[in-house]
Design a protein around this ligand. Structure first.
Ligand SMILES: [Zn+2]
Length: 474
């Protein structure tokens, strides 16, 4: 079976074949560390995690790099008007800009961990690669793709004949569509040229360069770090759809102009996320970070499941109802896993066929441009068929182990079947203990009162054969 991915560059699905057999070099655009990432960003990281894990499941080794943008994330407009995201955050929080970068880098790592996103090979920081970026700019100047003007350096888009090939833009179209919001910059030959180095001796983060004291352009860091850690041609580059232009378009121009080689074989982009049918925005009150959802009692696994329930190239409508339904579905899956440990029926040849089928269906769906919703529905179909066989006492212990194994294999990619470790507060633990004693003394009125108290604190107690079971309510 071959794996096919949709390539933004060719606008079609292509058979995946890495440069080097069974080795995949992958780069994912990481966060700008001036604030917590929101769930729209998170969708892109969950996607790249599923992609990486599926390739590993299919026998590839994957070297994945995720950059940390801690300087220079400015759109052209922001450069002209001097708004810097990092500087703004430092003012907002009354902190040093380096502390801001450190704090939100750690917050990003924590979010990834909670979402069960496997750590990248490296998370290089832009500020630690200024030397590499300067070298790349020097190479572009030498090759006449870039020019120095008044201490800043710009990429000459007219020199790069394929400019626009990723986004479908052409220089003519861009010239015609230039908005009135961008201030005319007399230093540039064409207003479409983008900055590689920005002269600014007053900038909050600045370095010496052969041209001036200043800081690097945002697009430059991804080209420089991708080349440093993964080489001149890489297999996969991922990002959100909003990265296509100008960010990825400019990465291609810089990298291919410098090396004279193809920069990326497969460009993969995730569509945006809507919340309750609307674009997420702070002013609409529908803007969420992962922590916001956890504070509302939702589990990161349910968030991850919800993200997988839509194909990555389709917009995802994120709703609280959808999140609750994801939790219910996950609980059902976990119940199924628990039940497998208790079966003791007779052997039935159907089980083997069902395992074989679900494995093939899962792979077929994932091989087709990572179609997670179809892969998930194959798994649910399998679960309900096996459940029926379990009820009929038609699953033996040995087969239950095989079913468990295939589910664990799927979960290497899905990453949702391990229960989140939720810390139980001391107060709840004490109440549980008191309730246990009350039940022992057959004081059921007291035991019910305590259950009500626990419920009011956001937890549910269930009495099972093995004793009291505690569930966090959402
Ligand atoms: Zn990038």
């Amino acid at each position: 079976m071959v794996i096919k991915f949709y390539n933004t560059l060719s606008r079609k699905k292509e058979i995946f074949k890495p440069v080097e057999n069974k080795k995949v070099r992958m780069y994912s655009c990481g966060p700008t560390v001036y604030d917590y990432i929101h769930i729209g960003n998170l969708r892109a990281y969950v996607f790249s995690d599923i992609l990486r894990k599926y390739l590993e499941y299919s026998g590839y080794t994957v070297k994945k790099i995720v950059n940390i943008t801690d300087v220079g994330h400015l759109t052209q407009e922001e450069i002209e008007y001097g708004i810097d995201k990092m500087e703004k955050a430092a003012k907002r929080e009354n902190k040093d800009v380096w502390d801001i970068a450190e704090f939100y880098t750690e917050a990003f790592k924590k979010d990834c961990e909670r979402m069960n996103i496997k750590e990248a090979y490296k998370l290089p920081r832009a500020t630690e690669h200024i030397k590499e970026m300067i070298k790349l700019v020097e190479k572009l100047i030498e090759k006449k793709y870039a020019y120095v003007s008044n201490g800043s350096v710009y990429f000459d888009v007219h020199k790069f004949k394929n400019y626009g090939k990723l986004s479908g833009n052409t220089i003519e179209k861009l010239e015609a569509g230039k908005g009135g919001r961008v201030k005319h910059n007399p230093d540039k030959k064409s207003q479409l040229d983008f900055a590689l180095w920005i002269k600014d001796k007053n900038h909050i983060m600045k370095w010496k360069s052969p041209w001036s004291v200043g800081y690097p352009g945002w697009h430059l860091e991804c080209s420089a770090m991708s080349m440093k850690y993964l080489g001149e041609t890489i297999d996969i580059h991922t990002g959100g759809e909003d990265n296509i232009f100008p960010h990825h378009e400019s990465e291609i121009a810089q990298s291919e102009a410098a090396n004279g080689k193809k920069f990326v074989k497969y460009w993969m982009h995730v569509r945006h996320l809507l919340v309750e049918g609307e674009k997420m925005s702070k002013s609409l009150g529908n803007f969420y970070t992962l922590q916001d959802l956890i504070d509302k009692g939702h589990s990161p696994k349910a968030v991850r499941y919800l993200m997988m329930s839509a194909h990555y190239r389709k917009p995802l409508n994120f709703t609280m109802e959808g999140l609750e339904n994801s939790k219910i579905t996950l609980d059902r899956m976990l119940e199924f896993m628990e039940k497998l440990g208790e079966v003791d029926g007779k052997k039935n040849p159907k089980v083997k066929d069902l395992i074989e089928n679900v494995k093939n269906e899962f792979k077929e769906a994932m091989n087709d441009d990572l179609n997670t919703p179809i892969a998930l529905s194959a798994i649910h179909d399998f679960i309900s068929k096996i459940n029926k066989l379990i009820d009929e006492k038609n699953v033996c212990k040995d087969d239950a182990k095989k079913i468990n194994k295939i589910m664990q294999d799927f979960d290497k990619i899905l990453g949702v079947l391990k229960i989140d470790k939720i810390k139980v507060p001391k107060e709840i633990k004490e109440l549980l203990h008191k309730r246990k004693l009350a039940r022992k003394n057959k004081d059921f009125k007291k035991s019910d009162n305590i259950r009500e108290k626990i419920r009011n604190l956001g937890w549910e107690v269930q009495d099972t054969e093995k004793g009291q079971k505690l569930i966090k309510r959402i």
